[in-house]
Design a protein around this ligand. Structure first.
Ligand SMILES: Nc1ncnc2c1ncn2[C@@H]1O[C@H](COP(=O)(O)OP(=O)(O)OP(=O)(O)O)[C@@H](O)[C@H]1O
Ligand SMILES: [Mg+2]
Length: 314
């Protein structure tokens, strides 16, 4: 298998950081052609650092990376030619209009003048911005701005697209719309690497890597990651809540629990053994049970488990 994006033992130490602190710690990455690959992790995980290195904006302290076989350090011009990059901080010019921004990105990316109009019209339709061509980008809504930034990153028909938190700070409707746009980009054969802090978005990707404190903790298809977990989930809703919490704390086979909305998600070793115990204990304590059932493992559960494990090991 030849990978479109391949990184080996990438590490990054920023000069202003503590001596032994690494923003990226020996990260490996393999992205196959045509994938929608998600990089999921919280604030400060190292997502931007990794994407900056891959996009040739910054050099790693050690390690290597190739995009479509081109080395990010030695062949950065070749890499840039086939790459679209949407940085986390705004890449747009606030005082330029939608049309002017697109034209600007077309020019700096060497899109020939005779092809520009067609390409810009296509992207305006794609991002549904056709009616807003004269609006300054500073006056666009957050979601529209992200869509324009995506259109600008696509202007030269890149084969590889790197997107750094394209949906952060965007309303839920625009978030969905952006993911629909990404699905269309994938259909056109582009390989997409996207970072996100949102676990629900990770579930939309074909492959996901969880990153935290500069380390890759796990990689795989979301459904495969769930299968690798050494626990299952039981969901319980019961009143009073303090009784529920006390029972969750004391019942054998409950490894940990967390509150989500008005219910608890229990990580358990064996749901069939634990559920009757919980039922029993709650009834003995006089609690009213409205939900007690097995539930699917979510990316959020995977993530919390891995981060806790990383903490214990540290
Ligand atoms: N220019 C810099 N100088 C010093 N430290 C930095 C610099 N940029 C990032 N860091 C540190 O490196 C680590 C990784 O940061 P990075 O921005 O890559 O994380 P991130 O996953 O993109 O986070 P976020 O979700 O907040 O964007 C953090 O501890 C951060 O504080
Ligand atoms: Mg970032």
């Amino acid at each position: 298998m030849t990978f479109v994006i391949e990184a080996k033992k990438l590490s990054k130490h920023y000069p202003s950081q503590r001596e032994n602190y690494l923003a990226l710690d020996s990260v490996d990455l393999e992205v196959a052609p045509g994938q929608l690959y998600g990089l999921v992790g919280p604030d400060g995980a190292g997502k931007t650092t990794l994407l900056r290195i891959l996009s040739t904006v910054m050099e790693p302290t050690s390690g290597s990376a190739q995009l479509a076989g081109f080395d990010v350090m030695k062949q950065s011009e070749d890499v840039r030619a086939l790459l679209g990059y949407m940085p986390q901080a705004f890449s747009l010019y606030p005082d330029l209009s939608v049309m002017e921004n697109l034209k600007f990105f077309a020019d700096i990316n060497g899109v020939p003048a005779r092809e520009q109009k067609k390409r810009i019209d296509e992207l305006l339709a794609f991002a549904r911005l056709t009616e807003f061509t004269t609006r300054r980008s500073e006056n666009l809504s957050g979601g529209m701005r992200k869509k324009l930034a995506l259109a600008c990153a696509l202007i030269h028909e890149p084969k590889i697209l790197l997107l750094d938190e394209p949906t952060t700070g965007v309303d839920p409707v625009s978030r969905r719309e952006l993911w629909h746009l990404l699905a269309k980009v994938i259909q056109q054969g582009v390989t997409v690497l996207v970072s996100t802090p949102y676990m629900d978005e990770a579930e939309r990707c074909s492959t996901v890597s969880v990153i935290n404190q500069g380390r890759m903790l796990i990689t795989g298809a979301p459904i495969e990651l769930e299968k690798q977990m050494p626990f299952q989930i039981v969901e319980v809703k019961a009143r009073p809540r303090y009784t529920l919490r006390a029972v969750a704390d004391q019942t054998d086979g409950v490894l940990s629990w967390r509150a989500v909305g008005d219910r608890l998600r229990l990580s358990v070793d064996n749901p069939n053994a634990v559920m009757p115990r919980i039922d029993d204990e709650l009834k003995k304590a006089g609690a009213q049970i409205s939900i007690l059932r097995e539930a699917r493992i979510l990316m959020e559960d995977v993530f919390i488990y891995l981060v806790e494990k990383q903490k214990e090991q540290a």
